[in-house]
Write a protein that binds this ligand. Structure first.
Ligand code: GYE
Length: 331
């Protein structure tokens, strides 16, 4: 009798739901018109992350046909794994998450696969060997972002006639093991091998936060101020490093001061760019919500999807940034 009722229940939903899809208790409980999505976010460590969360929440809204279950992992992978397991137990229709780091996801993604719940990865990747465990990825090509940065730096130094003289570089990395850190670091390390006059004098982790970068830069300045370039892996770190350098009496400016390289191109970062304190800010687009919405809607109707989607990105520098560009930015 229970089996017959369950079949009638699912058949009813499938007819009402429009597209043929596997129902889960959570979506059934929420009424058959809402798509139930469990979203595990890394945290709120940066302006970029806040914009990413806002983009996801506004795209996966009830008006847009969703019931969103949001979890902030507060920078702990364990919290993300716990949240994803909770989503599975709740029987959501889709799981979306930004993996704090690339490793450690195999078993929880196998659980999601077992439960027949599609997983969409955003922002950062998981290790390649398990890419069969997720349905789609939307985010950035972080190595390319780093390539943009080091190519721009080499050209600036060349134009300033510094193509041969020693260039002393401080490198403040993002969260170690996150794809953004892996890609942006790899590009700089490769460029240092290609430019014999470039010297990495310090490489420290700033964890993508202003506070940590301020602390790290402050301790570096205690033993050297002979710095030509500070390569920060996001705007939060750049702002922290700049504050420490200015307190130590250093000028941050591509014309005669310390050249500060940054990533994200948040509105705040671009204000520093307009002021000349950040020389280059490579865009990393956090507005991934609409892409996730589009993929879910296609999946529900059995339409083909782009499994890997890199969002188009550009860069801004002290020489091309304008007030108008900043005022028209989406984040
Ligand atoms: O650059 C940083 C955030 O993964 C691309 O994480 C994201 C990075 C971004 O904390 O601001």
């Amino acid at each position: 009798m229970r089996k017959l009722l369950a079949m009638v229940f699912c058949l009813t939903i499938m007819i009402n739901g429009g597209c043929a899809r596997e129902e889960h208790p959570a979506s059934a409980a929420s009424g058959d018109s809402l798509i139930v999505v469990g979203f595990s976010q890394v945290g709120a460590e940066s302006e970029w992350r806040v914009a990413n969360t806002e983009s996801m929440k506004s795209a996966l809204s009830e008006e847009n046909g969703y019931m969103l279950i949001f979890d902030d992992a507060r920078q702990e992978q364990e919290n993300q794994i716990r949240a994803i397991r909770m989503f599975i137990q709740q029987g959501v229709d889709y799981i979306v998450f930004s993996p704090k780091v690339e490793t450690g996801w195999k078993s929880i993604l196998l659980e999601a696969k077992e439960a027949n719940i599609p997983v969409i990865v955003i922002d950062r990747y998981i290790e390649r060997e398990y890419e069969n465990l997720y349905t789609a990825y939307i985010g950035s090509d972080f190595h390319n972002e780093g390539e943009i940065a080091v190519t721009w730096l080499a050209k600036l130094l060349e134009n300033q006639g510094r193509g041969e003289e020693p260039v002393r570089i401080v490198h403040i990395q993002g969260t170690i093991g996150s794809t953004a850190q892996v890609g942006r670091t790899a590009a700089l390390e490769k460029a240092i091998k290609q430019h014999p006059n470039w010297e990495m004098i310090v490489q420290e982790c700033g964890d993508f936060t202003k506070a940590k970068a301020y602390e790290v830069m402050g301790s570096i300045l205690e033993y050297t101020k002979d710095i030509d370039v500070v390569y920060c892996e996001n705007d939060g770190e750049a702002l922290g490093a700049i504050a420490a350098m200015e307190e130590a009496g250093l000028k941050c400016n591509p014309n005669g001061g310390v050249i500060v390289i940054s990533f994200d191109a948040t509105r705040l970062g671009l204000e520093y760019c307009l002021a000349g304190k950040i020389a280059l800010d490579v865009e990393c687009n956090p507005l991934q919500g609409p892409y996730v919405d589009g993929i879910i809607k296609k999946l529900r109707c059995g339409e083909p999807i782009e499994r890997i989607k890199y969002i188009d990105e550009t860069y801004f520098d002290y020489f091309n940034i304008t007030r108008e560009i900043i005022d028209n930015r989406g984040y």
